[in-house]
Design a protein around this ligand. Structure first.
Ligand code: FES
Length: 162
C-alpha cells in the first residue's frame, strides 16, 4: 500500500475507533474513498479495529452495497424491480449495456462506468428509475439514458484533457 493510501486509511479509521457500528461505518468510508473495498485495506481495518479478518469479509460480503471488486469512476444502477420492469426497465438495460459494451455487474474497459441492476430503489411510482453517481433519474427512457451517459462520458474525457 502506498504511503499516501496508508494515511488515507488511518484518517478513515481514526474517526471510527471506539464507536458503535464502527466496522460498518469504516467499510462505508473506505468504499466511499476507494469506490470499492481493497483487500489490503480490509486487512488494515481488521488490525486497527481488532475485528477478525473473517468477520470483516463476512460483513463486506453480506451487504449488497459493498463490493470487493474495483468499480468504474461512475456507478450506474438500473432498477429491475416489478414496477420498473413493467414500465420498460429491460429496454433501458438493453440500451445502456449495449452502449457501454458490458453485462450487469461489469465495468467498461476504460474504467469509466460500472453498471449494476437492483430489485428496487424505493421510488416505484416514478419508474423506471436509474441512479447515476447517487443522482436519481425518474421516468427514464432509453433515449434519455443514452444522452445522460454520453454527457457524463464527454465530461470525463474533457477533465482528462485539462
Ligand atoms: S421497482 Fe423500481 S424503484 Fe421500486
Amino acid at each position: 500500500m502506498a504511503a499516501t493510501d496508508l494515511k488515507k486509511v488511518n484518517r478513515i479509521l481514526e474517526n471510527r475507533e471506539g464507536t458503535s457500528g464502527e466496522l460498518i461505518e469504516a467499510l462505508q468510508d473506505v468504499q466511499e474513498s476507494y469506490n470499492y473495498l481493497p483487500e489490503e485495506v480490509l486487512r488494515t481495518v481488521s488490525e486497527r479495529l481488532e475485528v477478525p479478518l473473517i468477520e470483516v469479509f463476512r460483513v463486506a460480503n453480506f451487504y449488497k452495497s459493498f463490493t470487493l471488486k474495483p468499480r468504474g469512476k461512475h456507478l450506474l444502477t438500473i432498477c429491475m424491480g416489478t414496477a420498473c420492469h413493467v414500465r420498460g426497465a429491460p429496454k433501458l438495460a438493453d440500451e445502456v449495456l449495449g452502449q457501454l459494451g458490458v453485462k450487469p455487474g461489469e465495468t467498461t474497459e476504460d474504467g469509466q462506468f460500472t453498471v449494476e441492476t437492483v430489485n428496487c430503489l424505493g421510488a416505484c411510482a416514478l419508474g423506471p428509475v436509474v441512479v447515476l453517481d447517487k443522482e436519481y433519474y425518474d421516468h427514464m427512457t432509453p433515449g434519455k439514458l443514452r444522452a445522460i451517459v454520453q454527457k457524463v462520458r464527454k465530461k470525463s474525457r474533457e477533465k482528462v484533457k485539462v
